[in-house]
Write a protein that binds this ligand. Structure first.
Ligand code: PPS
Length: 308
């Protein structure tokens, strides 16, 4: 049947992926892998609509968490069956994702049946298709402190066959500080989006650490940005549905249905904590990191918390 054919094609593709990890290359000045640039022309011509909501993040900063919050806020009441049957990566298309046998984020976004469309991107701000700005779309940017972000990215590169090899922790640590990561430097990403906020007011810039500290409070802020007022009942359900343990066991939110991730190496929902970097950084690494960080992060208005 067509379904079996599609399945064997997918297994073949994923087998190939396991054998050859993609390499980073310079793309308009940013290290990228080809899966996120292959569809570049089409993505640049993406036609955003005024009510689209773009969820923008550096990888591993809390994308899935915020995506699921928005999805539940908008659709948990009206489209109840989607909760049991549609994985988060199909509800919230990853715009630049273009992987043979697995999917195309742009096609998925073009065919989304629900409004508003929630669209995910990891692009640095200068790569975002211009129609999002022209249409004055709302953008939710989620940022996470560099140390935890680095640790999470390390485990992700180890377990995800379509990511570059993570290598040893010490070399990953150095590469992160050097900005030699997929989607480029964390420092450039968080600063680039922060600067954009100064000229484009429809950006809600939020932090993983704040969400971890008080999810309800952050959902209130999100709702006020989005101009929605969910009932107390809906809000309670969202707060509980997006708790780490609930998302970890939720097959529609935990990425367990995607073939390219090896959960034996590390689950997608790994720890979900602020401060796990302390279990990875040596004292010496921490000193080197802090010194380098001070040189790179000059803007006093952009502050992160490494612990809460
Ligand atoms: S991706 O691949 O870029 O989309 O990954 P992303 O979703 O941005 O980041 C994954 C990390 O977010 C953690 N996470 C959560 N933490 C707390 N609560 C909830 N609900 C939650 N959902 C996802 C996830 O565990 C990854 O972080 P680490 O530190 O690796 O555990």
């Amino acid at each position: 049947t067509a379904e079996t054919d599609a399945y064997s094609k997918m297994s073949l593709e994923t087998e190939k992926m396991k054998e050859s990890r993609p390499e980073l290359f310079d793309f308009h000045g940013v290290p990228m892998i080809h899966y996120f640039t292959d569809n570049w022309e089409n993505i640049q011509n993406f036609e955003a609509r005024p009510d689209d909501i773009l969820i923008a993040t550096y990888p591993k900063a809390g994308t899935t968490w915020v995506s699921y919050i928005l999805d539940l806020l908008y659709f948990s009441q009206t489209f109840a069956d989607r909760q049991a049957s549609i994985p988060i990566y199909n509800r919230v298309p990853f715009l630049e994702f273009e992987v043979p046998g697995i999917g195309s984020g742009k096609d998925l976004a073009d065919h989304l049946p629900t409004t508003p469309r929630l669209i995910k991107t990891h692009y640095p701000v200068q790569f975002v298709p211009k129609s999002f700005w022209e249409q004055n779309c709302r953008v939710v940017y989620v940022a996470r402190n560099a140390k935890d972000n680095m640790v999470s990215y390390y485990h992700f590169d180890k377990m995800n066959m379509i990511q570059p090899e993570a290598g040893e922790w010490s070399s990953f640590f150095q590469r992160f500080m050097d900005g030699k990561m997929g989607f480029g430097s964390w420092y450039d990403h968080v600063n680039g989006w922060w600067k954009k906020k100064q000229t484009y007011s429809n950006i809600h810039y939020m932090y993983f650490e704040d969400l971890a500290e008080d999810t309800g409070r952050e959902i209130d802020k999100l709702c006020s940005f989005l101009g929605i007022s969910p009932s107390a009942d809906v809000k309670d359900k969202v707060v509980s549905g997006v708790q780490f343990d609930n998302m970890k066991k939720n097959k529609m939110a935990n990425y367990s249905t995607i073939p390219v991730m090896d959960f034996k190496i590390s689950p997608f929902m790994r720890k979900g904590k602020v401060g796990d970097w302390k279990n990875h950084f040596t004292v010496a690494q921490n000193q080197v990191f802090d010194e380098d960080y001070r040189k790179k992060m000059k803007d006093p208005t952009l502050q992160f918390r490494n612990e809460i």
